[in-house]
Design a protein around this ligand. Structure first.
Ligand code: ADP
Ligand code: MG
Length: 627
């Protein structure tokens, strides 16, 4: 039985309806947190009602029957509760319950009742304080949220548009949102759109792409005169790219599994709350970039850019290029400087233990999800209620284990039997426009086998395993994750007018201040990361909050054997790489990377930027995201 308890006093609406297509009356109740329905036997309830929790409901629509002589009005509720563990507790399952109002002889009279229920449900979904029936009659229903979707048809395997039409639109159609989609036509288009956007017209900007389009949008918004206002618009994301770090970090922050990403991302966007997110102001010789994910120089940035040629393979492109790069390993000679966040390091010592156990608990809770969140009535319960016993086609309201792509078909089958009669508070924008190793690497510096100027390291399959001593972390390096650190400096979204004035960054052509630390030598990789994930299967920083207020520098120094490097890559999925003695970690407020070898690739948020010295500083809580 679903877990929901509410007192009689908390009841907002109560009535008796049948649940289509059955004929038995049910006692239906609306509470702030759920709708319950309980089959009546001889006029008595069983007191074990079925429950649809408000947190799982995305929309409600009123309909009329198409059959001649049917004076009933219907209100239909769309919900996506977590599935039962036995069916795979890592995905939400579509539930549609249709209540039939037939107390009166005319459709109009029945519709008044159905509309009152719908209004009550929508008011709750839109955050109106409703505690009694009178509130529903008196209070105004606020406008539904309007979301602008930017779809990158080039991202990932080129399927973002298809993903949107086939897997996102069906949920949007059931939801309580208005939306308008725009397909980007060229690289930089989203930047332009964000730069010129009438931000007050939209409640959120949703991106259907990988992280590259988020990068464009954030930098478009940040390039505006009114960026303080513009940056208050929350950014949501549906994964359509090969690198989907932001959505992974969002779902991870909610404690949700990183599976069935499109459905979970769409649900998350529809039900989304606004959260603050740190940005990093990155300065290269040619440009200022506002980055939300990472700045990278080394094997990871090479893999990111060099794998472009395998774009059609989706995220497998990274795996293939990682193996190619490990086989043809090189080092990157340069200098890394950083301003440590001493408070953060001090706090970390106290919370390390806690963080570790939280990460373990979190992993466990994801695994046990269905037991924890199985708030809806079970599949069997619902099927029993909505399935046909009167010859009506069961596919009309049958619960499904997945939404897409068949959700579109189901919407169509509904229309064969019902006419939607309530869409008046959805604007006309809610349409989709058609246009629209185990050899070790002989990397001993003294042998000269490593070409310090970024040359390719030659494979020596006869060399000894684990020849390392000088690739180990410095004594100040810590290798444990940190959790729940509140940023020392707080900043409101877009409050960046003072960002230059308060900058910790010296001019790029001047030495770093004396309180910065510097590491110089041969690196295999340097990543400055400021989200928990670098991609769906790379958890770079377990337990990082969106507003951690600090940058994590993770670097690998040469020499490093292929075996150890491979092991670090394999451990990245769960963030276990931080336990490796070869991964050096610094929590910093600012950093500078100075390549001292020939090269081409440095990435910011996975996008290639000009090669040369680059530095960045944290802008705590400078953006808004929706999840
Ligand atoms: P992926 O994760 O697959 O790399 P991204 O979201 O990073 O997906 O997008 C890939 C690149 O496509 C980004 O550099 C972005 O700027 C660019 N881009 C955006 N719109 C278009 C378009 N219409 N045609 C070509 N490239 C585009
Ligand atoms: Mg990309």
């Amino acid at each position: 039985m679903a877990e929901f308890e509410a007192s009689e006093a908390e009841k907002i609406l109560e009535d008796n309806f049948t649940i289509y297509p059955k004929k038995q009356p049910h006692n239906v109740r609306l509470y702030r947190g759920a709708i319950t329905f309980d089959r009546l036997r001889n006029g008595e309830t069983s007191y074990t009602p079925s429950v649809l929790k408000m947190e799982d409901i995305i929309g409600c629509q009123c309909m009329s029957g198409r059959q001649v002589g049917d004076h009933s009005a219907y209100f239909c509720i769309y919900a996506y509760p977590w599935g039962k563990k036995v069916f795979g507790g890592d995905r939400r399952q579509r539930r549609v319950v249709v209540f039939r109002v037939s107390q009166f002889d005319t459709f109009e009279a029945n519709l008044v009742i159905a509309e009152r229920w719908r209004k009550g449900i929508l008011m709750l979904l839109r955050g109106v304080d409703v505690s009694c029936e009178e509130d529903i009659d008196i209070k105004e229903l606020p406008q539904a949220k309007k979301i602008l979707f930017l779809i990158n048809p080039y991202s990932g395997q080129g399927k973002a548009d298809k993903i949107f039409k086939e897997r996102v639109v069906p949920l949007l159609g059931e939801s309580d949102l208005n939306y308008h989609p725009i397909c980007t036509e060229y690289q930089g288009h989203a930047h332009e759109i964000a730069k010129g956007l009438e931000v007050n017209e939209w409640d959120a900007l949703a991106i259907v792409s990988g992280d590259g389009l988020v990068y464009e949008v954030i930098n478009g918004l940040m390039s505006r005169e009114d960026r303080e206002t513009a940056m208050k618009i929350p950014i949501g994301i549906i994964p359509g790219g090969s690198g989907n770090a932001l959505i992974s970090a969002m779902l991870y922050a909610k404690g949700e599994p990183l599976t069935n990403l499109v459905q979970h991302a769409t649900f998350s966007l529809i039900k989304g709350q606004t959260h603050g997110m740190d940005l990093v102001r990155v300065q290269s010789t040619k440009q200022i970039i506002h980055s939300f994910l990472s700045t990278c120089w080394g094997i990871i940035s090479d893999v990111d850019i060099e794998s472009e040629k395998y774009r059609k393979l989706g995220d497998t492109r990274f795996t293939i290029q990682t193996f190619a790069r490990i086989a043809k390993l090189r080092v990157y000679h340069g200098r890394l400087s950083f301003l440590r966040d001493e408070d953060y390091h001090a706090a970390k010592i106290h919370v390390n233990q806690q963080a570790q156990s939280q990460h373990i608990n979190r992993t466990q809770s994801v695994a046990d999800r269905s037991g924890m969140t199985h708030a809806c009535t079970s599949t069997e319960d619902l099927d029993e209620m909505v399935f046909d016993e009167n010859g009506v086609e069961p596919h009309m309201v049958r619960s499904q284990s997945e939404i897409a792509p068949s959700a579109m078909d189901r919407s169509m089958s509904y229309s064969e039997h019902f006419l939607k009669v309530t869409s008046q508070d959805k604007s006309p924008t809610s349409e989709v426009s058609d246009s629209e190793a185990d050899e070790s690497l002989a990397t001993n510096d003294s042998t000269g086998e490593v070409t310090a100027n970024g040359g390719v390291i030659q494979t020596d399959s006869n060399s000894e395993e684990e020849p390392l001593t000088n690739g180990k972390p410095d004594e100040h390096v810590t290798t444990e994750p940190v959790a729940n650190h509140e940023p020392a400096a707080k900043q409101e979204a877009g409050d960046t007018n003072t960002e230059e004035k308060q900058s910790l960054l010296p001019p790029l052509d001047e030495p770093v201040p004396s309180d910065w630390k510097t590491v110089e030598g041969d690196f295999v990789n340097i990543t400055a990361v400021y989200l928990s994930h670098l991609s769906t299967d790379v958890c770079a920083w377990p337990n990082r909050n969106f507003k951690e207020g600090v940058i994590c520098i993770q670097y690998l120094k040469a020499p490093l054997s292929r075996k150890n490097l491979l092991s670090i890559f394999l451990d990245l999925e769960k963030g276990e790489h931080l336990k490796s003695p070869y991964v050096s970690v610094e929590y910093v407020k600012a950093f500078r990377i100075e390549p001292m070898c020939e090269g081409e690739i440095i990435t910011v948020d996975g996008e290639k930027v000009d090669y040369g010295p680059i530095q960045g500083e944290i802008l705590p809580n400078a953006a808004r995201v929706m999840y």
